[in-house]
Design a protein around this ligand. Structure first.
Ligand code: FES
Ligand SMILES: [Fe+2]
Length: 340
């Protein structure tokens, strides 16, 4: 069961051009293309005649033509031509989905179009701030339920075992966690004091020696995951409001779009308060993220398979408190949507 009345990312904007692109989101098949005026169209990807995916057809101007018998549909999903007969069947139409573009992504509202409101797209602070750098980001398909990924992104401890060559460092295995409940999500966080820098961040941080480190893992409905890291010289951390100018801040934004119950598309970008014009650093960060997220992918695909076995024992640990709380919040929002 998914939450429908919210925005999900369907693609990077750079990947949607004047061509038909098939996407499955929340177990629904969509076809996307860019109109001649630049706007992105999203339609149900099934011709109402014999259900050939419209993505297998042709784009004629802004019209999409079915590849089987040529029914043509406009951007509103209405059939405008039935070339094999004189009359257009009055019921010939396909569903359209509201779209928006923000932060370099195409977003799609999967629920009632009446409620689609662009102001509900998640807000990224400092996105236009020229002093902040960002990576080109990327996309990854993971063969697991999307909530295994949100669990993972509310779990700062896993880095000690899964990401030893990147995010892991002393203190990530045993420093106590704090959990905070938000209106629409959960934050799991901790300050780790006076430890060596992890390998991924060591070349980027602008000070020598040990660090105090914030691990802030936040997940918001439906599946927006914010991973905020702060590194500051040892002895100067502990309070985000009192950071000195040597503090290195990196926020990894991770957006999960369920393809179905067994597969997830993972979109991400990194945003940081340094080196805004350094393309070498941006590439290095992105390449490192790809390696680390593939480490997660390997684990989460195996977890997805493993958790389907109900004959072996299963338990939760204290580290799961944040993700269990998040699942409860999301369940409540989905249940509310179902009855409304
Ligand atoms: S299947 Fe599309 S026109 Fe026949
Ligand atoms: Fe991870």
């Amino acid at each position: 069961m998914f939450l429908n009345n919210c925005w999900y990312i369907a693609a990077w904007s750079r990947d949607i051009e004047r061509a038909l692109v098939a996407r499955t989101m929340l177990a629904e098949n969509l076809v996307l293309y860019r109109q001649q005026d630049g706007a992105v169209v999203a339609l149900e990807d099934a011709c109402p005649h014999r259900k050939l995916p419209l993505s297998k057809g042709r784009l004629l101007g802004d019209i999409i033509e079915c590849g089987y018998h040529g029914l043509q549909f406009d951007c509103s999903g209405n059939c405008v031509l039935a070339p094999t007969q004189s009359r257009i069947p009055p019921q010939a139409s396909v569903r359209t989905y509201p779209t928006a573009e923000k932060y370099g992504f195409v977003w799609i509202w999967m629920g009632d179009p009446e409620h689609a409101d662009e102001s509900k797209i998640f807000e990224i602070p400092n996105f236009e701030n020229p002093a902040w750098g960002k990576t080109d980001g990327g996309v990854l398909e993971i063969d697991c339920h999307y909530l295994w990924v949100t669990d993972n992104l509310l779990d700062p401890s896993h880095v000690a075992w899964v990401h030893q060559s990147s995010f892991g460092a002393p203190g990530t295995d045993d420093t106590p966690l704090r959990i905070k409940t938000l209106d629409d999500g959960v934050v799991v966080s901790r300050w780790i004091s006076d430890q060596a820098l992890p390998p991924y961040y060591a070349p980027l941080v602008k000070f020598e020696g040990n660090c105090d480190r914030l691990q802030h893992y936040e997940v918001r409905v439906p599946s927006v995951c914010i991973n905020r890291s702060i590194f500051t010289p040892a002895g100067t951390g502990g309070q985000e409001s009192e950071l000195n100018d040597k503090a290195y801040v990196m926020v990894s934004y991770n957006f999960m779009t369920p393809i179905d119950e067994n597969t997830t598309t993972y979109y991400w970008l990194q945003h940081y308060n340094n080196d805004p014009h350094d393309t070498v650093i941006a590439k290095q960060l992105n390449d490192g993220a790809v390696i680390a997220f593939n480490e997660d992918r390997e684990i989460l695909e195996a977890v997805h398979m493993g958790m389907q076995n109900t004959t072996t024992p299963k338990l939760d640990l204290a580290l799961d408190a944040g993700s269990l709380r998040y699942r409860k919040i999301l369940d409540g929002v989905i249940a509310k949507e179902q009855v409304s």
